[in-house]
Design a protein around this ligand. Structure first.
Ligand SMILES: *[C@@H]1O[C@H](CO)[C@@H](O)[C@H](O)[C@H]1NC(C)=O
Ligand SMILES: *[C@@H]1O[C@H](CO)[C@@H](O)[C@H](O)[C@H]1NC(C)=O
Ligand SMILES: *[C@@H]1O[C@H](CO)[C@@H](O)[C@H](O)[C@H]1NC(C)=O
Length: 303
């Protein structure tokens, strides 16, 4: 039996080590919301403080309390704090930016009418509600328990606003005859846009236009995209293209169609350099082929 017992120990150590590495590896793929590692370190901290305060009644934050909240400009947002074992202590919310005490218990302490303390009697939840948040409200907030010394739970608030981006940036240079490919992305809207309209100059783009060769693919969701493809671009297709979602600002890009007769102008565009690269790769490949040909011949003759 002896050897079996002593053999079991390294196995136990290995599995402990494995567990440790798993934790370390796991921490790299954290999601922004509450996570395993965060929770265990929080729990550790809570338990540590628990002991350190020398009382089994010491309060602590529920490890599931969110640490990172994203809200939309103008839409009410709630920062939540869940406290266990509170007893007769008080929970406060403090804004880090200016160390402003916003709420104490069920009372709101700031003159800013947008802030409000929220608590249901006998619940463990102590919330800070912001009625109409603005970008400048983004930042660190802290929920504090009135122990001596006080203990705190930090929450990061991120206030975003609807945003529209065309991936090609403000200008796009393309060769005549190639495809104009524009992708418009709409983010941070309260709900997916009901429509995303493309215009060229002041003309709304639709499929039944005399132009033909136009396609539009729209995907709606948390992040919506609309891709406009205009095949066989020509001079008349140049100009400003605008992507206009119904519930977010619009975004524009200027498309330049290069006729291929003015190399100097074409140098500005990325289309030209891609063409150049393709050309030189083709050139080198054929050079290699030509150079290697005699070697192969020689080998064939040699055998
Ligand atoms: C909070 O989450 C947002 C996205 O949801 C992320 O961009 C940001 O970096 C996160 N902030 C912190 C402090 O984790
Ligand atoms: C809370 O209650 C304890 C006794 O249980 C007392 O010693 C302490 O002073 C009280 N604290 C507050 C803030 O009322
Ligand atoms: C358009 O561009 C996107 C990336 O910007 C690419 O994934 C897609 O395949 C392109 N479509 C065409 C038809 O060129």
């Amino acid at each position: 039996m002896g050897p079996i017992v002593s053999g079991a120990r390294p196995v136990l150590w290995l599995s402990l080590l494995h567990g440790f590495f798993f934790l370390v590896a796991d921490s790299g793929t954290e999601s922004p919301e509450g996570t395993t590692t965060d929770m265990s370190s929080r729990q550790f901290r809570a338990e540590f403080l628990h002991e350190w305060q020398g009382s089994p009644d010491a309060p602590y934050f529920d490890p599931g309390t969110p640490k990172n909240i994203t809200g939309l400009v103008g839409h009410p947002v709630r920062l939540l704090c869940r406290v266990k074992n509170l007893k007769n202590r008080t929970v406060s919310w403090v804004r880090h930016r200016d160390i402003h005490l916003l709420t104490v218990g069920r009372y709101t302490y700031t003159s800013d009418q947008r802030f409000e303390a929220q608590h249901k009697p006998r619940s463990e939840e102590w919330a800070l509600r912001i009625r109409s948040p603005q970008r400048r409200d983004s930042g660190q907030y802290e929920c504090q328990i009135s122990t001596t010394p006080p203990i705190g739970h930090a929450v990061f608030l991120n206030i975003v606003e609807p945003e529209t981006i065309i991936s090609s940036g403000p200008e796009l240079f393309i060769q005549a005859g190639s495809t104009i490919n524009l992708t418009c992305t709409v983010r941070h809207t309260p709900e997916p846009p009901t429509s995303i309209t493309w215009t060229h100059g002041d003309q709304i783009i639709n499929f039944d236009s005399a132009r033909g060769g136009i396609s539009l693919v729209t995907e709606k969701g948390l992040k919506s995209t609309s891709r406009l493809l205009v095949q066989r671009a020509r001079g008349q297709d140049a100009g400003v293209y605008t992507c206009g979602p119904n519930n977010a600002p619009s975004s524009s890009t200027r498309v330049h169609v290069l006729s291929g007769e003015h190399p100097a102008a074409m140098q500005q565009g990325s289309a030209r350099s891609t063409l150049d690269k393709t050309a030189s790769i083709l050139c080198c490949l054929s050079m290699l082929y030509v150079l290697s040909k005699p070697t192969f011949n020689a080998l064939e003759f040699g055998t």
